[in-house]
Structures are given as C-alpha cells and as structure tokens.
Design a binder for this molecule. Structure first.
Ligand code: HEM
Length: 432
C-alpha cells in the first residue's frame, strides 16, 4: 500500500481498476484499520446494496466528509435519520416535479440554442462549462421555482463554495478534526456559516405556502404519518443535498454523452432521426420524454462508461460473507460502478460505446448501478434522466458537434464525480 500511495493520489480510479484486474472480484487492501474491501463480485454488490442492505451503513470516510456540508441530508444520512426522512422527501420528486423540470430544461435549452445559432459555424465551445451552468440553473429552478431572488443565487453559490473547501481538505492525506482552528477549518466554518445564513434568509422570506409550487415548498409542507414536518435544519440539509447531488452529476453525464457522440456520426445520426420525429418543431418537454427511447439508451450507455458516482462506500454493521469471503463487522466496503460496468460476466465488449445494448436489455441489473441500487438508490434518478435526455435531444437536433483538429475524448478525472480533464471543447455548427 505504501508503494501504491503515489498511484492512489495520482489516479484513484486507475488504482481501483488495476487492483481489480490483478487480484479479482473481492480484494482486501492491506491497511491497518478498518478492514477495507473492494467488492466487484456482482452477487456480492447486490447483497451489499439490495438484499442485505440493512447490514450496511453510511458512516464512512466519504460520507462523513460530505456531511460537513450536507449535514444529515438524505445522501449522507445514516440509517435512522434516513428512514425518518426519505418518505417525507419523496413527494418532492413526484410526477408534477418532473413535468416542471421538463419545462425548466426547455427554457434553458432554448436559450443555449438561440445563443449558438448566433455563433459562426465551427466555433469551438466549452461544452462542459456550458452544461455545468445549465444543470445548476435547472436544479436551482426545480428547488426555488421562478424565485430568482439574490438569496437563491447566494445559497447555490455558498453551497458550491463550501463543497470546494471540503474537496480541498480531502486532497491532503490527513485533515485535522474540524474543531481545530487551522486555516482550512476556519475556511470550512466560514463557508458553512455563509451557507446557513443564505438558507435562513430564504426560509424566512418564504413562510408556509398554501399551494406548494416548487421543491422547496414541498419540503416545507412535508409531513410524516404523525403530522410532523421537517425542522428548518432538516430542510436546510435536504436543499443543500439536492444542489450537491443534482448538479455536477447531471452535468458530467451530459459532458460525457457529447464526448462520446462527437466520435460517432452513426449515433448522432440515429439520435437526430429520433428527435426530428418526436420533437418536430416544438421545444422538448416532459411529454416527449417517454418517446425519446434511443436518447435514453445513449444516456444509459454514457452512465455505464462514465458513471459520475464512481465509488459507493458502506460500513459493515455486522459480519457478512461476500463472494465467499468473511467480511468482519466494522469493515469499509467499496463498490465501484466504474468497475461493475466493465465486468465481462455482464457486458459484451465492455469498453465499446454501444447504446443499442440498452435496447436489447443486455446486462443484469446488479451490473448497472450508476444510481446505486436498493433502498438507498438515487431519489433524483428520474429527474436526472428527464433533464439529460431532453437537453441532449434538443441540442443534437439543432447542432453538429465534432472534435477540433488534434483533440480527442478527454481523460476521466475521478473527483467528487467523474470529470473530464481540461473540460470538453467541441466544434459546433448549426445543422442545415
Ligand atoms: C446522473 C445524475 C445522477 C447520478 C449519477 C446520481 C447518483 C447517485 C448515486 C450513485 C446515489 C446512491 C449513493 C449510495 O448508495 O451511496 C445517489 C443518491 C442520491 N441522489 Fe443522486 N444521482 C444523480 C442525480 C441526482 C439528482 C438530480 C438529485 C436531486 C435533485 C439527486 C439526489 C440524490 C439523493 C438525495 C440521494 C440519496 C438518496 C437516499 O439515500 O435516499 N441525485 N445518487
């Protein structure tokens, strides 16, 4: 492990990949504590996430770091807190929310289309920063509706600042406990305080709505079966969680989708045939979503090759057996969608970009886990699909994209999500 330290820091994803290929589907890392396992046996992955999920908690180093910003929001909440909150948060993702998300995506996409149509053909565009902004706007609109007050912007910005501080802390090998007043901890506390201030400003301005019109209203009015609502602190944690979990993940998916499509005129052609037939001259809306079947397969195949959440971690609450090995109580278990999505037992030619495999139903469910699986599966899965499918379909209908001379698909950097090294610069031309 000591010899591998440099390799882990340089590219943890390549390290996981070579560990799996060298040692197999269940690997124990030789670290002093806790016992740490990489699990890529597909039955064992299913056991951890689904069939024996109750034996696995979220008190891991990954989620403890995230909770410095997201508190006990659904993503980082450990079992008891999560059980109480998930049913109360679920209505924020119901059918009407998805319809509204479809409408917000249409507005954002139309603006991009109008701007790009004014550019001369063959202009090089940084697609990654463009979809990052678009995804931030969609999640912001989903949460706060048309309330584009400065408070909503302050909150979103404060969340991203606080997250940056957490990421910077995670890059150094040992971070001092957050109560020691080091410069980095002071920065963390200041950014979290700014975040808390921005949330209270919004909540104070809102009051209790008669009819909920956005996701924040749905959180404010949520009740459990005893008529108890979420506390202001719980609402704060969920709002921040949605921004963290629902922004970069969707943006990364779109970036990788365009990175793959730009290499494949055949895929672009088929996507266009579908979007021409389904969208006609109208803006993409939620009503179109279920008809954009090939686009959904392209997004699925993108999520298979570039799963934004490239690791999922759990702590074993009791001893278990995974892939024939004893996993002691207290172990750290690492499941990697990046690896499961390349398992040759489940995927034919795993490195090939082939959206049609999702039309033929290839791959067992346990081997496709971009949104996790089981009880802790992503609550924003449909939100993400609607956004990614509608935005991609509308853009390919209007533009042709290709790599500028001498450039090619970017390298994947495993940060909080899987990011393209140096963004994604593509040459855009209006379609004629
Ligand atoms: C392509 C986009 C997305 C990907 C790849 C993704 C991925 C994931 C994954 C892998 C998990 C499970 C983590 C685990 O089991 O430890 C998860 C959970 C979660 N995601 Fe997403 N996500 C996406 C979009 C979204 C969106 C748009 C939102 C909200 C607006 C969201 C909110 C959440 C929340 C709240 C959880 C925790 C659910 C729970 O434990 O009950 N995600 N996501």
């Amino acid at each position: 492990m000591l010899a591998s330290f440099g390799a882990i820091r340089q590219n943890p994803l390549a390290f996981l990949d070579s560990t799996w290929r060298s040692y197999g589907d269940v690997v124990q890392f030789p670290v002093p504590a806790p016992p740490t396992y990489l699990i890529n046996d597909l039955d064992a992955v299913r056991k951890v996430l689904v069939t024996n999920a109750r034996n696995y908690g979220k008190a891991t180093i990954q989620y403890k770091a995230l909770s410095l910003v997201t508190g006990e929001g659904l993503l980082s909440a450990d079992t008891a807190e999560w059980k109480q909150q998930r049913p109360m948060v679920q209505p924020a993702f119901h059918h009407e929310t998805l319809q509204t998300i479809g409408a917000h995506v249409a507005v954002v996409t139309q603006r991009i289309i109008d701007e790009w149509h004014c550019l001369p053909d063959d202009t090089i565009v940084d697609v990654d920063s463009l979809v990052m902004n678009a995804a931030l706007e969609v999640v912001g609109h989903g949460l706060f509706g048309t309330d584009l007050s400065s408070e909503a912007n302050d909150l979103t910005q404060a969340t991203l600042n606080a997250l940056d501080v957490v990421i910077a802390r995670a890059r150094v090998p040992v971070s001092p406990p957050s109560w020691i007043p080091t410069p980095s901890n002071r920065k963390l506390h200041a950014s979290v305080a700014a975040l808390d201030g921005a949330v209270s400003n919004i909540l104070d301005a809102r009051g209790i709505p008669d009819v909920p019109t956005d996701m924040l209203d749905l959180l404010i009015t949520a009740e459990d079966e005893h008529g108890r609502g979420l506390s202001p602190r719980q609402i704060r944690d969920q709002v921040v969680t949605f921004i963290v979990a629902g922004h970069e993940t969707v943006a990364s998916t779109l970036t990788w989708a365009f990175a793959l499509i730009a290499e494949r005129p055949d895929v672009l052609h088929r996507l266009r045939q579908e979007s021409d037939a389904v969208l006609g001259d109208s803006c993409a809306s939620f009503a179109h979503y279920e008809h954009l079947v090939y686009a959904r397969a392209v997004i699925d195949e993108t999520l298979r090759l570039y799963p934004p959440a490239w690791v999922i971690t759990r702590n074993a609450l009791e001893e278990d057996r995974l892939g024939g090995y004893r996993i002691p109580k207290g172990s750290l278990v690492i499941v990697s969608p990046w690896l499961a999505h390349r398992h040759p037992d489940a995927w034919d030619a795993p490195d090939r970009f082939d959206p049609s495999r999702f039309l033929s139903g290839e791959g067992p469910r346990a081997a496709f886990i971009p949104f996790g699986s089981g009880p802790r599966q992503c609550i924003g899965r449909d939100f993400a699909y609607v956004e990614a499918v509608l935005l991609m379909s509308s853009l390919v209908r209007n533009f042709t994209m290709s790599y500028p001379e001498g450039s090619s698909r970017p390298k994947a950097l495993p940060l909080v999500t899987l990011r393209p090294a140096h963004g994604l610069r593509l040459r855009m031309s209006s379609r004629r």
